[in-house]
Design a protein around this ligand. Structure first.
Ligand SMILES: [Zn+2]
Length: 303
């Protein structure tokens, strides 16, 4: 077994990967607060990422692909049937995609992935501790050679993927909640190599506006959370917590993009420019990307 760490940068194609050994995560889900254990297991080439609800009769599988996405606000939910669902998968998906793990079976005993601190650093540390190994099969590597765009009908949110000279995903995110939100406008660009992702993106935590958390908690979501557990932004800034970077918010938006775009089922190379996009648009772009066949030929013509 050849254990690999951060050697995936620069590949035009590469062999598929999986974990060297199982790794287990125990915590509480972000929205429902239910205790949960998720065990990540090595998987064969071609498996992709698959969740398995081991607490349900028949232990149904839920593939982490965009055609299994359920339309639910504020998070990424996968559903293979009415009961076979798994919620808030985006941060775990980001950890796997960001570190370059293509194949993984995730046995989970509750309907929501553990949240930890709202970032994906704990997942990354566990994955790196378990180790990543190459398999003997080429990956489904998509190097886009044309512009792929999605936007909301009012044009206020958009996601555009363009050809990119390097063989990895790059994301430029424009965060803009408006002048009166308490969140400063932020723009950040990241080239998602495993090393960069781990160091600069993986520890960026999810955040929520004070008005939003009150509304969510009144609907029964996230009642276990305090401003110490999650970054809450009030009119005058962050409540009862310290930011890890002054632009932690936009870094987390990039983390979400990495996780959601992984639902395309492909290893992506291209430059994504995001304006105020959220999970729904991310899923739409992942859907478009999932239908594109390999198109690697004209990349050299791109300035
Ligand atoms: Zn998130």
């Amino acid at each position: 077994m050849e254990r690999i760490t951060f050697n995936l940068q620069g590949a035009r194609s590469r062999l598929q990967t999986t974990l060297c050994k199982p790794v287990q995560f125990t915590g509480r889900g972000l929205f429902h607060g239910i205790d949960v254990t998720a065990t990540l297991l090595p998987a064969d080439a071609g498996t992709g990422v698959v969740f398995r609800r081991v607490d349900l009769v028949g232990e149904p599988d839920i593939p982490a692909l965009c055609n299994y996405v359920a339309t639910v606000p504020r998070r990424t939910v996968l559903a293979a049937s009415k009961s076979a669902t798994v919620e808030t998968v985006e941060h775990l998906m980001a950890a796997l995609a960001g570190l370059g793990v293509d194949n993984c079976l995730i046995e989970i005993n509750a309907p929501e992935v553990p949240a930890f601190d709202g970032s994906c650093r704990d997942f990354c540390d566990g994955i790196l501790e378990a180790g990543i190994q190459q398999l003997d099969v080429e990956s489904d590597f998509l190097h886009v050679d044309h512009v792929v765009n999605v936007r909301t009908s009012d044009g206020r949110q958009s996601l555009t993927m363009r050809p990119y000279l390097h063989s990895c995903l790059a994301i430029t995110y424009h965060l803009d909640y408006g002048l009166n939100s308490g969140v400063a406008s932020q723009v950040f660009s990241a080239e998602i190599t495993p090393e960069y992702f781990y160091q600069e993106i993986s520890a960026a935590r999810t955040f929520v506006l004070e008005s939003e958390i009150k509304a969510l908690q009144s609907m029964g979501f996230g009642r276990h959370l305090t401003a110490k557990d999650i970054v809450v932004i009030g009119d005058d800034g962050v409540l009862d917590n310290e930011l890890r970077w002054s632009n932690e918010g936009v870094r987390h938006k990039i983390l979400d993009c990495v996780g959601d775009l992984a639902l395309s089922g492909k290893i992506l190379a291209g430059h994504v420019t995001a304006y105020r996009s959220g999970h729904h648009l991310n899923h739409e772009l992942a859907g478009k990307l999932s239908t594109i066949r390999k198109c690697d030929s004209s990349i050299r013509n791109v300035a």
